[in-house]
Design a protein around this ligand. Structure first.
Ligand SMILES: [Zn+2]
Length: 245
């Protein structure tokens, strides 16, 4: 039996899949696995549990770990690639629009038919256009989140969930998150996805107010609020593959 330092990095191999994990030892009595939103795995174990025993513990839960990692992965918007030039495709609520930059004394962003029209004094200035488009996304997101929350609150209130404190924040890796203190953070980039996917993410985070983890009680509640949540999640994953700023 070897008992090593309080924290050490290890790795198990499952088929072609490597699962690196961090062992965190403390005076706790039981062992517990945590998959962080970044995909990192922590094995929180008692001080005297040997490395080999932790390894078989992680190994026995490999399928669950990979499922959690895939799940978090689905919430990650993809890398920024946009150029913000006229003619480029811009996404909004799951549809594609063509960017049309026009010179004007006053700034304006609006949807007109198949186009997202951006008016500003320097329509050739890509960073100026980008900033206007992002501001527009953010204000559209804010309105949509309010509207969706208004629709969802009566449904979740029946389960004792009360009005959350909602924060909008640009995130490069996640659609939404929820803190134990009951604060929900939503990514304004969600307005690139179809409306029903936006509603799914908000409902998902609301359910976390009652169930912090993705246990069976969490999914039972989610299915009560959004019966077709799996279809929406798949759709969001497909959207995610095309997301870019
Ligand atoms: Zn979740």
């Amino acid at each position: 039996m070897t008992s090593s330092s309080a924290r050490s990095s290890q790795c198990v191999k499952i088929g072609s899949h490597q699962i690196p994990y961090l062992i965190v030892r403390s005076s706790r009595k039981t062992s517990h696995l945590v998959v962080n939103p970044s995909g990192a795995v922590e094995a929180r174990v008692p001080n005297d549990r040997a490395d080999e025993s932790v390894r078989s513990f992680v190994h026995s839960r490999a399928r669950w770990i990979i499922r959690q990692q895939d799940y978090f992965e689905s919430f990650r918007p993809r890398d920024p690639m946009r150029r913000y030039v006229s003619g480029e495709t811009i996404r909004y609520l799951g549809r594609q629009y063509r960017l049309k930059n026009e010179a004007s004394d006053s700034d304006l962003v609006k949807l007109t038919g198949p186009c997202l029209v951006v008016r500003c004094s320097k329509p050739e200035d890509r960073s100026a256009v980008r900033q206007l488009v992002l501001n527009w996304y953010q204000s559209r997101a804010s309105e949509m989140f309010d509207r969706k929350l208004e629709g969802l609150m009566p449904k979740v209130a029946a389960f004792g969930i009360s009005d959350p404190n909602v924060v909008i924040r640009w995130m490069s890796r996640r659609w939404g998150s929820c803190t134990p203190s009951g604060r929900i953070t939503l990514n304004p980039l969600l307005v690139l996805a179809p409306v029903d996917c936006v509603e799914y993410v908000i409902a998902h985070e609301l359910c976390h107010l009652n169930h912090p983890n993705h246990g069976s009680a969490f999914y039972r509640l989610l299915a009560t609020i959004i019966p077709d949540w799996e279809r929406r999640r798949e759709r969001l994953e497909r959207t995610g593959a095309h997301l870019s700023l």
